[in-house]
Design a protein around this ligand. Structure first.
Ligand SMILES: Cc1ncc(COP(=O)(O)O)c(C=O)c1O
Length: 399
């Protein structure tokens, strides 16, 4: 099917909820994708931090193929060996003792919110503090903890959510004076809000304050978990441990998969019947997820992410010097990188020019080019992307 046919079928039959670029990918391999006409793109969107091993990594393909021949979906009313296996691997590599599997990031956060409310319920604690520019998902609970930019048209939201400024300790201290707060939910690094890194010691102080106030600290690592920042989980950079962590995106290697992880101390607040899902934790997603985690470890991708991220960031800093008038800031942690433009017209034009030249990146909050290469990206692919970005900047600024 040609790209034009795909676009017209999508327009005619699929609900109009995405602002889509006029591209339809039909094939992917490693850092590359192809459209129906054979045009090839360097994919530094990676499904928005989903394809951390690139497209169609042989280990993931093998895991999916083999599992699909054996058993795809029994039922959570029975025991599932792949679920126990994958949970064990996640537990052994994190702060957590227990895992609940679901299907997406928003569901992982819904579950975390429910767990926090169950934890607080005996003491009348039910309020959830969240950052006002955050993104935690689109279902009603997660949406209530998300930036108001996504909430219009869906009110009333779930009561009991308190927005505060991200990175400001005074705001958190004030919010936690309320004894009814059962949890604080934060992204350790904000993705949708334009790759915002926490100020020094913010997460450490937030951790200490939550402990003091008997509020749970929920870290949403849906976008930055699974190696994206150069550590398996972003909290490891900050010398802290959350009470609950949520994951999805890269977790299942492209097969829908989400999870919330917690300690035994907190896990005990959910008992049989209080939370569940039909498809979550199915053997197909579990096998694919285990292949992702094993491969990240076996192929040394955490160190590679750190060194590739440093090279990429330093090169972007040089571009910032070259295009001082246009670029406001560049920032990164591992391979989540953001280039912030001074105005949104330039940002849009540069991202579009890059697409024309065969490089896919994401424009977020209108003025930040977010770059999410696979963790196993080759240095020459980063060099090629940098050349394209440089050329796009030159053409846009001279236009
Ligand atoms: C930090 C964060 N949390 C939650 C979500 C929601 O995940 P999903 O789209 O899988 O529901 C996203 C999606 O972008 C995210 O970036």
């Amino acid at each position: 099917m040609s790209t034009q046919e795909t676009i017209s079928k999508t327009k005619n039959y699929v609900m109009n909820t995405y602002g889509r670029y006029p591209i339809a990918m039909v094939k992917g391999k490693g850092s590359w994708v192809w459209d129906a006409e054979g045009k090839k793109y360097l994919d530094f969107v990676t499904g928005i931090a989903v394809n951390n091993l690139g497209h169609c990594h042989p280990n993931i393909t093998k895991a999916i193929r083999e599992q699909s021949k054996i058993l795809v979906q029994p039922c959570n009313l029975f025991h599932i060996d792949q679920q126990g296996e994958f949970a064990k691997l996640l537990v052994e590599n994190s702060f957590a003792d227990k895992v609940f599997f679901c299907n997406s990031g928003t569901e992982a956060n819904e579950g975390a919110i429910k767990l926090a409310r169950a934890y607080g319920s005996k003491n009348g604690k039910y309020k959830i503090v969240h950052a006002k520019d955050s993104f935690h998902g689109r279902t009603m609970g997660s949406l209530s903890a998300t930036s108001k930019n996504y909430q219009a048209g869906f009110k009333p939201l779930v009561p009991g959510f308190k927005p505060i400024a991200y990175g400001k300790m005074e705001a958190l201290e004030k919010a936690l004076q309320d004894e009814k707060v059962c949890a604080v939910i934060l992204e350790p690094i904000q993705g949708e809000n334009g790759v915002i890194l926490p100020p020094d010691n913010y997460l450490k102080k937030a951790r200490a304050l939550c402990t003091k106030k008997k509020a749970l600290l929920i870290l949403d690592e849906v976008q930055v978990g699974m190696g994206r920042t150069g550590k398996l989980f972003a909290y490891e950079h900050y010398g802290i441990k959350p009470d609950i962590m949520t994951l999805s995106k890269a977790l299942g290697g492209g097969i829908p998969c989400g999870a919330f992880l917690t300690t035994n101390k907190v896990a005990k607040y959910l008992s049989p019947g209080m939370h569940g899902t039909t498809l979550g934790g199915n053997p197909l997603a579990m096998s694919s997820g285990k292949a992702v985690l094993d491969t990240i470890m076996d192929e040394g991708l955490l160190d590679q992410t750190t060194s590739s991220g440093t090279y990429f960031l330093e090169s972007l800093q040089r571009l910032k010097e070259k295009y001082k008038k246009e670029i406001k800031d560049v920032r990164a942690k591992g391979l989540i990188l953001g280039m912030e433009f001074k105005n949104k017209e330039t940002a849009k034009a540069v991202v579009e020019k890059c697409i024309q030249e065969g490089l896919l990146t994401i424009l977020t909050i209108q003025k930040v080019m977010r770059i999410l290469p696979p963790l196993n990206v080759k240095q020459k692919e980063i060099a090629r992307a940098l050349k394209i970005i440089d050329k796009a900047l030159l053409e846009v600024t001279n236009a």
